[in-house]
Write a protein that binds this ligand. Structure first.
Ligand code: GLA
Length: 778
């Protein structure tokens, strides 16, 4: 709900209130953002009080000695009028100064969301407030848009600049949002990392001065995801004040949190001003990306639920919105570039037998793409690998009863390619410098219309010819040497690239809504809300080691729901870490996302095949809850445990993944808490899982009735065909008891294996199913 009074604006979601007021000089003051207020609450009581003149400050009016913009909580702010904090704008005005003074001009409230011309937005909002500010000296306007998503408790914000004067202005910085709040000893949480170690959560105090979270690589980046949290110092998963912010944008982003000497904290978020410059000519407007924010007094799980709901309800669009995603097999880790039709068909047949639904052919099927030095740009099937062409191959896969998906990296070109030979000018590079390469490739210049048309034509024709139902859209290097021959002003490059990307995605996929698009950028190098507006899921990371995935998926879970995370079971020892992990743990980690397998099935033992077939059947049974359930990070007081839970929409079923990182000697008792359930009686049980004989090594003599050589033939044969049972527990109790925590059976401590000992060891895990009693009986 939006209530626009004479001097104040109030935005309510189901559980939160956001309050702004107009000051007597027309500036917008931020008054409050927090739990839902009473209808009678008024702005006067909640606004920051101004009754002293702060020494050395600059006053806005010489007749008013308590009005200094520097010591106010503002909703937008300028340069050169007394506010010395980071301004959301840096405009060179027609008088060549950088001074601006944007004050209230008018406002309107409209139904629903207001889409943008060139940038994706969240859709289906309830109401939108538009407040127009005007510079006091020039007819330059800024429209601030606020859209309320009541049920999901999210408010989105963005700014549009309009030049209605007769001279151009140069924008060096234009943020989407700016907002000041009194400090609550805020801690800032960001998702940082790099290739195969994306989205690790880091915490730091939002201290005096500026703390920044940004990317400069041309993508939202694996270094710093655009999303971040500001939380009161004591907040944890279930308690405390938390603000979450994210941005619907896939390019260079920038957020700052600035604490000033009055203990006010400013949050600005928008396009990165780094190497940005945009000339806004008379009559033109500039749209900034939409940012989304949410508040919860119920800790990190609170804001995560809001953000997850927003994404599932208002970001993901098209045929795959709220739809269960297929279980896929991707051939990349099995083959890399070394495959032929025979190998692929064998893999697909095996996959089908295990219950897989979609076969994805990854890199290497086109041009001279036999390694990563050639072929990018030439999406013509390689006849040595697929002699009868893509359509014939796709038909063979479909005849096996599988859907068929294909990998592309359309934004890139290898020098060694037909595309580069015929159109070297399509690549981003400078004539007067030698090019810099990433993975032996150059980036195509999406600022050029010819390049965008080329990509749309190439990709679309294969999609139609082979009736592809899934696309993995990759992007495997950072942008460098930002320069386009299509641009007069190179300060526009990075943003125009992203606008070009969105245009291409729209042109290819909007007319083909039946295609499930999974975006990828060396894994999670472009994991953001902008991409999610086009691709319902994203390949989370090239790291498929579940122990690393636990960190990565935990990090992402603060902002992104499981339905958006591509998560695969791969071979161990893992390609990325050489770590050996149990198959059960690989599966359990991948369950909390869109499940896939990425390994050479031909080397599986008969026992592993049975295991995987059971895993897939189990996932199918609970797929909806794994992909769309309410996700909780369960606090564990032991540092070597990670516990994830997902709860069904009716709150009658919960699935809990209990992961042990490194085992400790003589582990004390573990407790399993299950929260978020409807009041009632429940049965909780362990998913039965296989314990491979080889896991015991020399210890097998303490476990088996006869002494076996741990390296002998019998042991190897036994490992291929048999497995031991891992501890299965079943209890019946109330939702209250589950919330308090059920003590679990003790862990193995070297000897004494039996069916009431949990065999976790390093990297072990269990999955628990909690179901309301009546479901059990059904
Ligand atoms: C990137 C992707 C991988 C795979 C390879 C293929 O690294 O993240 O999943 O598709 O490219 O070259």
């Amino acid at each position: 709900m939006i209530t626009a009074g004479k001097t104040s604006f109030r935005l309510d979601t189901e559980h939160t209130t956001y309050l702004i007021r107009k000051t007597k000089y027309g500036h917008l003051e931020h008054v409050y953002y927090g739990n839902l207020l009473d209808k009678e609450d008024d702005v006067e009581a909640l606004a920051q009080k101004r009754s002293i003149m702060v020494g050395s400050s600059v006053l806005y009016s010489k007749d008013d000695d308590v009005y200094s913009l520097d010591s106010m909580c503002l909703e937008w702010s300028d340069n050169g009028r007394g506010d010395y904090r980071h301004s959301p704008t840096e405009f060179k005005m027609p008088d060549n100064s950088f001074v601006t003074d944007f004050v209230y001009e008018n406002h309107e409230v409209v139904e629903g969301s207001v889409p943008m011309e060139n940038l994706p937005t969240a859709y289906g909002g309830d109401k939108t407030l538009k407040i127009t500010l005007k510079d006091k000296a020039y007819p330059i306007f800024i429209d601030l848009y606020y859209t309320v998503f009541e049920k999901t408790n999210v408010i989105s914000r963005r700014a549009v600049v309009r030049n209605e004067g007769n001279a151009p202005i140069t924008m060096k910085r234009i943020m989407s949002i700016s907002m000041d709040m009194p400090d609550e000893c805020f801690q800032m949480y960001t998702l940082d990392g790099g290739w195969i170690k994306e989205a690790n959560l880091h915490k730091r105090p939002a201290s005096y001065g500026i703390t920044m979270n940004s990317s400069t690589t041309g993508a939202s980046s694996n270094r710093h995801n655009p999303a971040f949290l500001l939380a009161e110092a004591d907040a944890n998963e279930d308690y405390g004040s938390v603000y979450a912010f994210n941005m619907i944008y896939s390019g260079n982003h920038y957020s700052i949190v600035e604490k000033n000497e009055r203990d006010y904290v400013r949050v600005c978020m928008g396009i990165n001003p780094h190497l940005f410059e945009w000339v806004l000519s008379p009559g033109e407007k500039f749209e900034t990306p939409e940012c989304v924010m949410s508040y919860s007094s119920q800790g990190f799980n609170g804001t995560s639920h809001h953000m997850h709901d927003l994404i599932n309800e208002h970001i993901i669009r098209g045929d795959y919105k709220k739809k269960e995603r297929p279980i896929l097999l991707n051939n990349w880790e099995a083959h890399f570039f070394a495959f032929n039709e025979g190998k692929l068909l064998r893999l697909a047949k095996d996959a089908k037998k295990l219950g897989i639904e979609l076969f994805v052919l990854d890199d290497g099927w086109f041009g001279e793409r036999n390694n990563d030095k050639a072929g990018l740009g030439d999406y013509k099937v390689n006849p040595k690998k697929l002699p009868e062409g893509m359509k014939a191959f796709a038909d063979k896969i479909r005849n096996l009863g599988l859907d068929f998906g294909l990998w592309f990296e359309p934004e890139m070109v290898n020098e060694n390619s037909d595309l580069y030979s015929s159109h070297p000018e399509y690549a981003i590079k400078l004539q007067n410098r030698s090019s810099v390469f990433g993975r032996n490739q150059l980036v195509l210049d999406l600022c050029q219309k010819e390049v965008r048309d080329y990509i749309v034509k190439q990709v679309s024709s294969i999609l139609d010819e082979a009736e592809i139902s899934y696309v993995k859209w990759d992007m495997n290097r950072h942008i460098a040497e930002a320069f386009s021959k299509a641009l007069q002003n190179q300060g526009e490059f990075y943003h125009r690239y992203i606008l070009g990307l969105y245009e291409v995605l729209k042109r290819i996929f909007e007319p083909r809504p039946h295609i499930l698009l999974e975006s990828c950028s060396s894994g999670g190098n472009r994991f953001d809300l902008g991409m999610l507006c086009f691709s319902p899921q994203i390949w989370t990371s090239d790291d498929t080691d579940p122990i690393e995935r636990i960190k990565i998926q935990t990090g992402l879970s603060y902002f992104y729901p499981q339905s958006t995370l591509g998560a695969h079971v791969s071979e161990a020892p893992h390609q990325q870490t050489l770590r050996e992990t149990p198959l059960a743990t690989r599966f359990h980690a991948a369950c909390f996302g869109c499940l896939g397998y990425e390994l050479d099935l031909k080397y599986l033992t008969p026992e592993q095949r049975k295991d995987i077939a059971e895993q897939i059947a189990f996932y199918k049974q609970y797929r909806k809850i794994f992909q769309y359930g309410s996700f909780y990070r369960i606090k564990s007081y032991k540092p070597n445990k990670v516990i994830w839970e997902t709860v069904s929409e009716d709150k009658e079923t919960a699935l809990t993944g209990f992961f042990q990182i490194l085992a400790t000697a003589a582990e004390s008792s573990d407790k399993l808490k299950v929260i978020g359930l409807k009041k009632g009686r429940y049965t909780i049980r362990t998913r039965p899982q296989k314990l491979y004989v080889e896991r015991f090594g020399g210890l097998i003599k303490h476990v088996a009735p006869v002494e076996l050589n741990p390296d002998g033939v019998i042991m190897r044969v036994a490992n291929r065909h048999y497995s031991l049972k891992d501890c299965v527990e079943t209890y019946t109790c109330s939702s209250e008891a589950l919330a308090a925590g059920i003590p679990l059976c003790e862990q193995f401590i070297g000897t004494g294996y039996h069916d009431k000992v949990r065999m976790l060891g390093d990297f072990g895990s269990n999955m628990y199913i909690t179901e309301k009693e009546n479901i059990q009986q059904k």
